[in-house]
Design a protein around this ligand. Structure first.
Ligand code: FAD
Length: 440
């Protein structure tokens, strides 16, 4: 009998699982349905460069329907899972929710930004998990330069030109460095604005940044950022961001028109509406072969991987013994999970997931990067070239790789585009202003 496989989330892990299933399943063996509220998977490592205008937003996402042509793609949200009854509730943006009956469920719903109840954060800050957020950051920086250029020196102008990032992990440092790079490159177009008119603050609660690289390398990054006029506040917490007035635990205060929150992620809260078992950090409990487990052992026909799952790291190097939430794991887990699912349908024993960390490579702005693998570290331009080479090839599907590389080459000769299309958020304004209306 043809099995029905439901994949919840078509991001990194879900997309690669679906691709693998399309490759390994025999005709009539199973039908695959991928449900995601977004019609694309997002290549999140490119978000900092999208925020800096170095990559076009649509080039950093991969259309599910274009590439998963043997699967059914449903653009909607899974809002509940009843695994005991093997049904999931699918809720579309428009129309009534429906129950989907499945034989096998694959949960790859990823993670969301994790915040703390700090006054003002929910109202003022923006995350960096989606392409829309990255694009909004880019547009805000560009638009603020244009606004500030018309203002005399003073508090209003300072606020527009003060940019804040909360969180000194990989994503935070990357977007901070990239935003700084964009801001510096804009100055040539705004003769009324000077380098010192622009302020960049990064707030990190711990005493260091980027735990993925060595302390020495992290010090190099701090020095590099300081030389570029970007201030990092270590051992400092955000106390309030009400109305864009940033208040730090050190007592320092400043107004900032853009506050980017990158201080961690948590498993997708959709898990709260399921009968699948979660661990203390809210992730799905999984064993190394990516099957979901509870205290009694394997739960039949339930699989999970990526940020949403707590998968044991068999190399023994994971935080708390588990794989850290990153793309390196999500991609490989997705590929293995596809093989394991097909194998389990055919009665084979699933293979355990084990992956040695390849190291970390980060961009800090045009021409500047860092790479760390064990004791080897590379800094500056060579690391930045490695970053572009690695990620340019790592984004799924050749049509995306070609778009990204082509744009980088064009930008090398033509410079990055500095057009803000912030007005797209109110697209009817221009039409409404002059639209004729029937007489009352
Ligand atoms: C700015 C940034 C930079 C990063 N850089 C790196 C890097 O350089 N190297 C690295 O290894 N990792 C990096 N990461 C981490 C990496 O991107 C994630 O670990 C990876 O995306 C996790 O994959 P996933 O499939 O678990 O989740 P995701 O890729 O987030 O996919 C989850 C999917 O589930 C969907 N979904 C959510 N809710 C529902 C629902 N209710 N129903 C159905 N679908 C749902 C989402 O729309 C999404 O498409 C970075 C992350 C960020 C934010």
């Amino acid at each position: 009998m043809t099995k029905k496989i439901l994949i919840v989330g078509g991001g990194y892990a879900g997309f690669y699982t679906a691709l693998g299933l399309e490759k390994w399943l025999a005709r009539g063996e199973a039908e695959v349905t991928v449900v995601d509220p977004l019609p694309y998977m997002t290549y999140q490592p490119f978000l900092p460069e999208v925020a800096a205008g170095s990559i076009e937003p649509r080039h950093a996402v991969v259309a599910l329907r274009r590439h998963l042509y043997k699967s059914e793609v449903v653009t909607a949200r899974v809002t509940a899972i009843n695994h005991a009854a093997k049904t999931a509730t699918i809720t579309p943006e428009v129309g009534e929710p429906w129950e989907f009956a499945y034989d096998i469920i694959v949960v790859t719903a990823g993670s969301v930004s994790r915040t703390f109840p700090i006054p003002g954060v929910a109202d003022e800050a923006i995350g960096l998990k989606t392409i829309e957020e990255a694009t909004a950051i880019r547009d805000r920086i560009l638009a603020n330069f244009a606004r500030a250029a018309n203002l005399p020196a003073g508090a209003e102008r300072d606020r527009l030109l003060t940019f804040t990032v909360i969180g000194g992990g990989f994503a935070g440092i990357e977007v901070f460095g990239e935003m700084r790079s964009l801001a510096s490159s804009l100055l040539r177009y705004y003769p009324t604005l000077k380098f010192d008119d622009v302020a960049f603050h990064l707030v990190e609660a711990m005493g260091r940044i980027m735990p993925e690289v060595s302390l020495k390398t992290s010090h190099w990054v701090l020095k590099n950022l300081a030389q570029r006029g970007a201030e990092v506040h270590l051992d400092t917490q955000l106390k309030s961001a009400v109305g864009g007035n940033v208040e730090l635990s050190t007592g320092e205060r400043f107004e900032s028109d853009l506050i980017v929150w990158t201080a961690g992620v948590m498993a997708n809260p959709v898990l709260r509406n399921t009968d699948l078992p979660t661990e203390e950090r809210g992730r799905l409990r999984a064993q190394a072969d990516l099957r979901v487990i509870n205290d009694d052992g394997v739960i039949p026909d339930a699989w999970a991987s990526g940020d949403v799952a707590a998968v044991p790291d068999l190399t023994g190097k994971g935080v708390g013994g588990m794989c850290v939430p990153n793309a390196q794991h999500a991609v490989r887990q997705g590929k293995l999970m596809a093989k394991n699912i097909v194998g389990s349908i055919r009665g084979d024993v699933p293979v355990e997931y084990k992956h040695e960390n390849l190291g970390a490579v980060a961009t800090l702005g045009l021409g500047i990067g860092v790479f760390q693998s064990g004791k080897i570290s590379v800094k500056g331009l060579p690391a930045w070239v490695m970053h572009r080479g690695y990620h340019g090839l790592a984004i799924p599907m050749w049509e995306r790789k070609i778009r990204v590389f082509t744009m980088w080459i064009l930008n090398f000769f033509l410079r990055r585009d500095i057009v803000s299309i912030e007005a797209r958020e109110t697209p009817r304004e221009a039409f409404v202003e002059y639209a004729s209306r029937p007489k009352a």
